[in-house]
Design a protein around this ligand. Sequence first.
Ligand code: GLU
Length: 423
Amino acid sequence: MSIVTRVQDSEINPFEAVMSRFDIAAQKLNLDDGLYQFLRYPRREITVYIPVFMDTGRLQVFTGYRVQHNISRGPSKGGLRFAPDVTLDEIKALAAWMTWKCAVVNIPFGGAKGGVVCDPPQMSSGELERLTRRYTAELFEFLGPEKDVPAPDINTNEQIMAWVMDTYSMHARQTVTGVITGKPLELGGSAGRKEATGRGLMIVAVEACKKFNLAPQDTRVVIQGFGNVGSVTAQLLYEQGFKVVAVSDIRCGIYNPEGLDIPRVTEYQRRNRILDGYPEADRITNAELLELPCDILVPAATENQITSRNAPRIKARIIAEGANGPTTAKADLILESNHVFIIPDILANAGGVTVSYFEWVQDRQGYFWKESVVNERLGDYMTASFHEVVKYSETHNVNMRIASYMLAIDRVARGTRLRGIYA
Ligand code: GLU
Protein backbone atom coordinates (compact mmCIF):
# COMPACT_ATOMS: atom_id res chain seq x y z
CA MET A 1 0.00 0.00 0.00
CA SER A 2 1.44 3.40 -0.93
CA ILE A 3 2.01 6.13 1.62
CA VAL A 4 -0.54 8.30 -0.17
CA THR A 5 -3.27 5.69 0.24
CA ARG A 6 -2.41 5.26 3.90
CA VAL A 7 -2.67 8.99 4.53
CA GLN A 8 -6.06 9.00 2.83
CA ASP A 9 -7.21 6.00 4.85
CA SER A 10 -6.40 7.73 8.11
CA GLU A 11 -8.06 10.93 6.91
CA ILE A 12 -11.35 9.14 6.35
CA ASN A 13 -11.32 6.82 9.37
CA PRO A 14 -14.35 8.07 11.37
CA PHE A 15 -12.80 7.13 14.72
CA GLU A 16 -9.70 9.20 13.90
CA ALA A 17 -12.03 12.00 12.79
CA VAL A 18 -13.77 12.24 16.15
CA MET A 19 -10.61 11.60 18.17
CA SER A 20 -8.46 14.22 16.44
CA ARG A 21 -11.07 16.87 17.29
CA PHE A 22 -11.43 15.46 20.81
CA ASP A 23 -7.67 15.71 21.32
CA ILE A 24 -7.51 19.36 20.24
CA ALA A 25 -10.45 20.31 22.45
CA ALA A 26 -9.16 18.31 25.43
CA GLN A 27 -5.78 20.00 25.16
CA LYS A 28 -7.33 23.45 25.02
CA LEU A 29 -9.45 22.58 28.07
CA ASN A 30 -6.36 21.37 29.92
CA LEU A 31 -8.19 18.16 30.70
CA ASP A 32 -6.23 16.14 33.24
CA ASP A 33 -4.72 12.91 31.99
CA GLY A 34 -7.04 10.55 33.90
CA LEU A 35 -10.20 12.17 32.61
CA TYR A 36 -8.69 12.37 29.13
CA GLN A 37 -8.11 8.60 29.16
CA PHE A 38 -11.57 7.94 30.59
CA LEU A 39 -13.42 9.98 27.97
CA ARG A 40 -11.37 8.65 25.10
CA TYR A 41 -12.63 5.07 25.55
CA PRO A 42 -16.19 3.89 25.06
CA ARG A 43 -17.85 2.35 28.09
CA ARG A 44 -18.82 -0.81 26.25
CA GLU A 45 -18.65 -2.33 22.78
CA ILE A 46 -21.07 -5.16 22.12
CA THR A 47 -20.94 -7.39 19.05
CA VAL A 48 -23.83 -9.72 18.32
CA TYR A 49 -24.29 -12.37 15.65
CA ILE A 50 -27.83 -12.44 14.39
CA PRO A 51 -29.20 -15.59 12.76
CA VAL A 52 -32.06 -14.85 10.37
CA PHE A 53 -34.15 -17.24 8.28
CA MET A 54 -34.27 -15.59 4.87
CA ASP A 55 -37.42 -15.94 2.74
CA THR A 56 -35.76 -18.76 0.80
CA GLY A 57 -35.56 -20.82 4.01
CA ARG A 58 -31.77 -20.44 4.16
CA LEU A 59 -30.26 -19.31 7.47
CA GLN A 60 -27.97 -16.27 7.26
CA VAL A 61 -25.95 -14.83 10.13
CA PHE A 62 -25.55 -11.03 10.29
CA THR A 63 -23.13 -9.04 12.45
CA GLY A 64 -24.48 -6.27 14.65
CA TYR A 65 -22.96 -3.77 17.07
CA ARG A 66 -24.03 -1.51 19.87
CA VAL A 67 -21.39 0.80 21.33
CA GLN A 68 -22.23 2.67 24.51
CA HIS A 69 -19.77 5.49 24.76
CA ASN A 70 -20.72 7.40 27.89
CA ILE A 71 -23.46 7.54 30.54
CA SER A 72 -22.14 10.31 32.80
CA ARG A 73 -25.07 12.67 32.17
CA GLY A 74 -27.85 10.11 31.69
CA PRO A 75 -28.78 6.97 29.74
CA SER A 76 -26.86 6.50 26.52
CA LYS A 77 -28.68 7.64 23.39
CA GLY A 78 -28.15 7.21 19.68
CA GLY A 79 -29.39 5.78 16.43
CA LEU A 80 -29.32 2.34 14.88
CA ARG A 81 -28.15 2.07 11.26
CA PHE A 82 -28.49 -0.76 8.79
CA ALA A 83 -25.92 -0.63 5.98
CA PRO A 84 -23.53 -2.95 4.13
CA ASP A 85 -20.45 -0.92 5.05
CA VAL A 86 -21.06 -0.66 8.81
CA THR A 87 -17.88 -1.28 10.83
CA LEU A 88 -17.13 -1.32 14.54
CA ASP A 89 -14.80 1.66 14.11
CA GLU A 90 -17.56 3.66 12.50
CA ILE A 91 -20.07 2.77 15.23
CA LYS A 92 -17.51 3.65 17.91
CA ALA A 93 -17.01 7.06 16.32
CA LEU A 94 -20.72 7.67 15.97
CA ALA A 95 -21.29 6.68 19.61
CA ALA A 96 -18.71 9.22 20.78
CA TRP A 97 -20.28 11.86 18.51
CA MET A 98 -23.63 11.19 20.25
CA THR A 99 -22.08 11.87 23.67
CA TRP A 100 -20.77 15.24 22.49
CA LYS A 101 -23.96 16.03 20.56
CA CYS A 102 -26.23 15.47 23.57
CA ALA A 103 -23.91 17.57 25.71
CA VAL A 104 -23.75 20.46 23.18
CA VAL A 105 -27.53 20.86 23.28
CA ASN A 106 -27.51 20.09 27.01
CA ILE A 107 -29.96 17.21 27.12
CA PRO A 108 -29.56 14.61 29.88
CA PHE A 109 -28.13 11.75 27.85
CA GLY A 110 -24.83 10.08 27.15
CA GLY A 111 -24.00 8.62 23.75
CA ALA A 112 -24.34 5.30 21.96
CA LYS A 113 -24.75 3.96 18.45
CA GLY A 114 -25.84 0.70 16.88
CA GLY A 115 -25.36 -0.83 13.48
CA VAL A 116 -26.02 -4.03 11.58
CA VAL A 117 -24.07 -5.05 8.50
CA CYS A 118 -26.84 -5.70 5.98
CA ASP A 119 -28.33 -4.29 2.79
CA PRO A 120 -31.98 -3.34 3.48
CA PRO A 121 -33.01 -2.57 -0.13
CA GLN A 122 -32.14 -6.20 -0.93
CA MET A 123 -34.19 -7.57 1.99
CA SER A 124 -37.91 -8.23 2.36
CA SER A 125 -39.95 -6.68 5.14
CA GLY A 126 -40.17 -10.06 6.87
CA GLU A 127 -36.40 -10.52 6.78
CA LEU A 128 -35.87 -7.03 8.18
CA GLU A 129 -38.37 -7.70 10.94
CA ARG A 130 -36.69 -10.96 11.97
CA LEU A 131 -33.28 -9.27 11.88
CA THR A 132 -34.49 -6.35 14.01
CA ARG A 133 -36.20 -8.58 16.57
CA ARG A 134 -33.25 -10.92 17.06
CA TYR A 135 -30.83 -7.96 17.29
CA THR A 136 -33.05 -6.45 20.01
CA ALA A 137 -33.40 -9.74 21.87
CA GLU A 138 -29.60 -10.20 21.90
CA LEU A 139 -29.20 -6.75 23.41
CA PHE A 140 -32.13 -6.98 25.83
CA GLU A 141 -30.20 -6.53 29.08
CA PHE A 142 -28.21 -3.58 27.71
CA LEU A 143 -31.22 -1.52 26.55
CA GLY A 144 -33.96 0.28 28.47
CA PRO A 145 -35.37 3.77 29.11
CA GLU A 146 -32.88 4.26 31.97
CA LYS A 147 -30.00 2.45 30.24
CA ASP A 148 -29.67 2.95 26.51
CA VAL A 149 -32.28 4.29 24.09
CA PRO A 150 -31.84 3.70 20.32
CA ALA A 151 -33.47 5.71 17.52
CA PRO A 152 -33.59 5.79 13.70
CA ASP A 153 -30.51 6.42 11.59
CA ILE A 154 -29.47 5.47 8.05
CA ASN A 155 -31.92 2.90 6.55
CA THR A 156 -33.97 2.48 9.73
CA ASN A 157 -37.46 3.95 10.19
CA GLU A 158 -40.56 4.13 12.39
CA GLN A 159 -41.57 0.56 11.58
CA ILE A 160 -38.20 -0.78 12.68
CA MET A 161 -38.47 1.26 15.89
CA ALA A 162 -41.91 -0.28 16.49
CA TRP A 163 -40.41 -3.80 16.16
CA VAL A 164 -37.65 -2.93 18.63
CA MET A 165 -40.23 -1.57 21.07
CA ASP A 166 -42.42 -4.66 20.73
CA THR A 167 -39.57 -7.16 21.05
CA TYR A 168 -38.16 -5.41 24.11
CA SER A 169 -41.65 -5.20 25.65
CA MET A 170 -42.33 -8.91 25.07
CA HIS A 171 -39.14 -9.80 26.94
CA ALA A 172 -39.88 -7.28 29.71
CA ARG A 173 -43.46 -8.66 29.99
CA GLN A 174 -44.83 -5.10 29.83
CA THR A 175 -45.14 -2.35 27.25
CA VAL A 176 -42.09 -0.12 27.47
CA THR A 177 -42.45 2.75 25.00
CA GLY A 178 -39.47 4.73 26.33
CA VAL A 179 -36.91 2.10 25.27
CA ILE A 180 -36.67 3.66 21.81
CA THR A 181 -37.47 6.95 20.07
CA GLY A 182 -38.53 7.76 16.53
CA LYS A 183 -41.55 5.45 16.96
CA PRO A 184 -44.84 5.81 15.10
CA LEU A 185 -47.22 8.34 16.69
CA GLU A 186 -49.64 5.53 17.54
CA LEU A 187 -47.04 3.88 19.80
CA GLY A 188 -45.75 6.79 21.86
CA GLY A 189 -43.89 8.62 19.11
CA SER A 190 -43.61 12.39 19.22
CA ALA A 191 -45.18 14.87 16.85
CA GLY A 192 -42.42 16.55 14.85
CA ARG A 193 -39.79 13.84 15.44
CA LYS A 194 -39.50 12.82 11.80
CA GLU A 195 -38.85 16.39 10.65
CA ALA A 196 -36.77 17.35 13.70
CA THR A 197 -33.25 17.00 12.26
CA GLY A 198 -34.17 19.02 9.16
CA ARG A 199 -36.01 21.60 11.27
CA GLY A 200 -33.02 21.96 13.61
CA LEU A 201 -30.76 22.51 10.59
CA MET A 202 -33.08 25.16 9.22
CA ILE A 203 -33.08 26.93 12.59
CA VAL A 204 -29.27 27.10 12.90
CA ALA A 205 -28.91 28.08 9.22
CA VAL A 206 -31.32 30.98 9.79
CA GLU A 207 -29.35 32.05 12.90
CA ALA A 208 -26.07 31.92 10.95
CA CYS A 209 -27.59 34.07 8.19
CA LYS A 210 -28.64 36.66 10.76
CA LYS A 211 -25.09 36.70 12.05
CA PHE A 212 -23.72 37.39 8.57
CA ASN A 213 -26.56 39.73 7.50
CA LEU A 214 -27.65 37.42 4.72
CA ALA A 215 -31.28 37.90 3.64
CA PRO A 216 -33.02 34.58 2.77
CA GLN A 217 -33.99 35.68 -0.75
CA ASP A 218 -30.32 36.44 -1.55
CA THR A 219 -28.99 33.24 0.01
CA ARG A 220 -28.24 30.30 -2.29
CA VAL A 221 -28.39 26.90 -0.64
CA VAL A 222 -26.95 23.61 -1.89
CA ILE A 223 -28.01 20.37 -0.21
CA GLN A 224 -26.29 17.01 -0.65
CA GLY A 225 -28.66 14.16 0.17
CA PHE A 226 -32.45 14.10 -0.25
CA GLY A 227 -33.36 11.55 2.40
CA ASN A 228 -35.23 12.45 5.57
CA VAL A 229 -32.73 15.11 6.64
CA GLY A 230 -31.93 16.73 3.27
CA SER A 231 -35.49 16.84 1.94
CA VAL A 232 -36.98 18.36 5.11
CA THR A 233 -34.17 20.93 5.29
CA ALA A 234 -34.76 21.85 1.64
CA GLN A 235 -38.50 22.22 2.16
CA LEU A 236 -38.19 24.31 5.34
CA LEU A 237 -35.51 26.61 3.92
CA TYR A 238 -37.60 27.01 0.76
CA GLU A 239 -40.59 27.99 2.93
CA GLN A 240 -38.39 30.58 4.68
CA GLY A 241 -37.67 32.16 1.27
CA PHE A 242 -34.16 30.77 0.68
CA LYS A 243 -33.04 29.98 -2.86
CA VAL A 244 -32.31 26.25 -2.87
CA VAL A 245 -30.29 25.97 -6.08
CA ALA A 246 -29.18 22.32 -5.95
CA VAL A 247 -30.08 19.05 -4.24
CA SER A 248 -28.90 15.49 -4.82
CA ASP A 249 -29.54 11.86 -4.06
CA ILE A 250 -27.10 8.95 -4.17
CA ARG A 251 -27.21 8.87 -7.99
CA CYS A 252 -26.77 12.56 -9.00
CA GLY A 253 -27.56 16.19 -8.30
CA ILE A 254 -29.96 18.65 -9.96
CA TYR A 255 -29.01 22.31 -10.29
CA ASN A 256 -30.91 25.44 -11.19
CA PRO A 257 -29.07 28.70 -10.37
CA GLU A 258 -32.43 30.52 -10.29
CA GLY A 259 -33.64 28.27 -7.46
CA LEU A 260 -35.52 24.96 -7.47
CA ASP A 261 -39.23 24.64 -6.79
CA ILE A 262 -38.74 22.26 -3.83
CA PRO A 263 -42.36 21.04 -3.51
CA ARG A 264 -42.18 20.05 -7.20
CA VAL A 265 -38.81 18.35 -6.73
CA THR A 266 -40.23 16.42 -3.77
CA GLU A 267 -43.28 15.39 -5.76
CA TYR A 268 -41.02 14.29 -8.66
CA GLN A 269 -38.87 12.25 -6.30
CA ARG A 270 -41.93 10.69 -4.66
CA ARG A 271 -43.27 9.57 -8.03
CA ASN A 272 -39.98 8.43 -9.60
CA ARG A 273 -38.00 7.53 -6.45
CA ILE A 274 -35.02 9.39 -7.99
CA LEU A 275 -34.12 13.02 -8.78
CA ASP A 276 -32.47 12.15 -12.10
CA GLY A 277 -34.53 13.47 -15.00
CA TYR A 278 -36.18 16.34 -13.09
CA PRO A 279 -37.03 18.68 -15.98
CA GLU A 280 -36.36 22.20 -14.63
CA ALA A 281 -32.69 21.72 -13.75
CA ASP A 282 -29.31 20.57 -15.02
CA ARG A 283 -27.96 17.17 -14.04
CA ILE A 284 -24.66 17.34 -12.13
CA THR A 285 -22.56 14.85 -10.17
CA ASN A 286 -22.44 14.78 -6.37
CA ALA A 287 -18.81 15.89 -6.53
CA GLU A 288 -19.71 18.90 -8.69
CA LEU A 289 -22.57 19.77 -6.37
CA LEU A 290 -20.28 20.27 -3.39
CA GLU A 291 -18.21 22.81 -5.32
CA LEU A 292 -21.08 24.92 -6.67
CA PRO A 293 -21.13 28.67 -6.05
CA CYS A 294 -23.48 29.12 -3.07
CA ASP A 295 -23.80 30.72 0.36
CA ILE A 296 -24.84 27.71 2.43
CA LEU A 297 -23.78 24.13 1.79
CA VAL A 298 -25.64 21.39 3.67
CA PRO A 299 -23.91 17.99 3.41
CA ALA A 300 -26.76 15.72 4.55
CA ALA A 301 -25.73 12.38 3.07
CA THR A 302 -22.97 10.50 4.84
CA GLU A 303 -19.41 10.69 6.22
CA ASN A 304 -16.25 12.00 4.50
CA GLN A 305 -17.77 14.04 1.69
CA ILE A 306 -15.56 17.11 2.20
CA THR A 307 -11.92 16.04 2.32
CA SER A 308 -8.52 17.63 1.74
CA ARG A 309 -9.05 16.92 -1.94
CA ASN A 310 -12.16 19.02 -2.59
CA ALA A 311 -12.07 21.44 0.39
CA PRO A 312 -9.92 24.03 -1.47
CA ARG A 313 -12.65 24.30 -4.12
CA ILE A 314 -15.62 24.70 -1.76
CA LYS A 315 -17.19 28.10 -2.42
CA ALA A 316 -19.85 28.17 0.31
CA ARG A 317 -19.64 30.85 3.00
CA ILE A 318 -21.41 28.62 5.55
CA ILE A 319 -21.47 24.83 5.92
CA ALA A 320 -24.28 23.36 8.03
CA GLU A 321 -23.56 19.67 8.57
CA GLY A 322 -26.68 17.53 8.32
CA ALA A 323 -24.80 14.21 8.21
CA ASN A 324 -22.53 12.95 10.99
CA GLY A 325 -18.87 13.46 10.08
CA PRO A 326 -19.23 14.81 6.52
CA THR A 327 -16.02 16.88 6.81
CA THR A 328 -12.61 15.40 7.58
CA ALA A 329 -10.26 16.98 10.12
CA LYS A 330 -7.81 17.85 7.32
CA ALA A 331 -10.55 19.56 5.36
CA ASP A 332 -11.43 21.58 8.49
CA LEU A 333 -7.99 23.23 8.38
CA ILE A 334 -8.37 24.21 4.72
CA LEU A 335 -11.89 25.54 5.24
CA GLU A 336 -10.80 27.50 8.28
CA SER A 337 -8.02 29.21 6.36
CA ASN A 338 -10.61 30.08 3.68
CA HIS A 339 -12.85 31.59 6.40
CA VAL A 340 -15.72 29.17 5.87
CA PHE A 341 -18.09 29.24 8.84
CA ILE A 342 -18.90 25.64 9.81
CA ILE A 343 -21.91 24.73 11.91
CA PRO A 344 -20.59 21.33 12.98
CA ASP A 345 -22.62 18.12 12.92
CA ILE A 346 -22.82 17.76 16.70
CA LEU A 347 -24.65 21.09 16.79
CA ALA A 348 -26.29 21.38 13.35
CA ASN A 349 -27.98 17.96 13.28
CA ALA A 350 -28.80 17.78 17.00
CA GLY A 351 -32.48 18.58 16.33
CA GLY A 352 -33.19 14.87 15.86
CA VAL A 353 -31.89 13.75 19.21
CA THR A 354 -33.41 16.80 20.90
CA VAL A 355 -36.89 15.76 19.82
CA SER A 356 -35.95 12.16 20.73
CA TYR A 357 -35.39 13.56 24.21
CA PHE A 358 -38.86 15.18 24.07
CA GLU A 359 -40.31 11.83 22.95
CA TRP A 360 -38.65 10.01 25.87
CA VAL A 361 -39.98 12.66 28.29
CA GLN A 362 -43.50 12.37 26.84
CA ASP A 363 -43.38 8.55 27.06
CA ARG A 364 -42.35 8.76 30.70
CA GLN A 365 -45.06 11.32 31.43
CA GLY A 366 -47.65 9.48 29.36
CA TYR A 367 -48.74 12.94 28.21
CA PHE A 368 -48.19 14.10 24.65
CA TRP A 369 -47.50 17.58 23.35
CA LYS A 370 -48.91 19.33 20.30
CA GLU A 371 -46.56 19.63 17.32
CA SER A 372 -46.45 23.41 17.78
CA VAL A 373 -45.16 22.91 21.35
CA VAL A 374 -42.52 20.40 20.18
CA ASN A 375 -41.34 22.76 17.43
CA GLU A 376 -41.24 25.76 19.73
CA ARG A 377 -39.17 23.90 22.33
CA LEU A 378 -36.88 22.56 19.62
CA GLY A 379 -36.42 26.15 18.44
CA ASP A 380 -35.46 27.21 21.97
CA TYR A 381 -32.85 24.45 22.32
CA MET A 382 -31.30 24.93 18.88
CA THR A 383 -31.18 28.73 19.03
CA ALA A 384 -29.73 28.79 22.53
CA SER A 385 -27.13 26.13 21.66
CA PHE A 386 -26.11 27.91 18.47
CA HIS A 387 -25.49 31.18 20.31
CA GLU A 388 -23.74 29.44 23.16
CA VAL A 389 -21.28 27.84 20.73
CA VAL A 390 -20.77 31.13 18.86
CA LYS A 391 -20.04 32.88 22.16
CA TYR A 392 -17.72 30.09 23.29
CA SER A 393 -15.81 30.22 20.00
CA GLU A 394 -15.39 33.99 20.31
CA THR A 395 -14.35 33.87 23.96
CA HIS A 396 -11.81 31.09 23.42
CA ASN A 397 -10.78 32.16 19.93
CA VAL A 398 -11.43 28.77 18.35
CA ASN A 399 -13.55 27.73 15.38
CA MET A 400 -17.13 26.52 15.78
CA ARG A 401 -16.17 22.84 15.62
CA ILE A 402 -13.60 23.03 18.37
CA ALA A 403 -15.89 25.30 20.40
CA SER A 404 -18.68 22.68 20.23
CA TYR A 405 -16.32 19.93 21.33
CA MET A 406 -14.89 22.05 24.14
CA LEU A 407 -18.34 23.00 25.43
CA ALA A 408 -19.49 19.38 25.25
CA ILE A 409 -16.38 17.82 26.77
CA ASP A 410 -16.38 20.38 29.54
CA ARG A 411 -20.01 19.51 30.41
CA VAL A 412 -19.33 15.76 30.40
CA ALA A 413 -16.09 16.26 32.37
CA ARG A 414 -17.91 18.31 35.03
CA GLY A 415 -20.56 15.62 35.41
CA THR A 416 -17.88 12.94 35.64
CA ARG A 417 -15.90 14.85 38.27
CA LEU A 418 -19.03 15.37 40.36
CA ARG A 419 -19.96 11.68 40.19
CA GLY A 420 -16.36 10.60 40.64
CA ILE A 421 -14.86 7.65 38.83
CA TYR A 422 -15.73 4.37 40.55
CA ALA A 423 -12.41 2.69 39.88
N1 GLU B 1 -29.53 9.09 14.49
C1 GLU B 1 -29.74 10.45 14.89
C2 GLU B 1 -28.40 11.13 15.15
O1 GLU B 1 -27.38 10.72 14.68
C3 GLU B 1 -30.72 10.55 16.05
C4 GLU B 1 -30.28 9.87 17.31
C5 GLU B 1 -31.36 9.86 18.40
O2 GLU B 1 -32.41 10.47 18.22
O3 GLU B 1 -31.12 9.22 19.41
O4 GLU B 1 -28.35 12.16 15.77
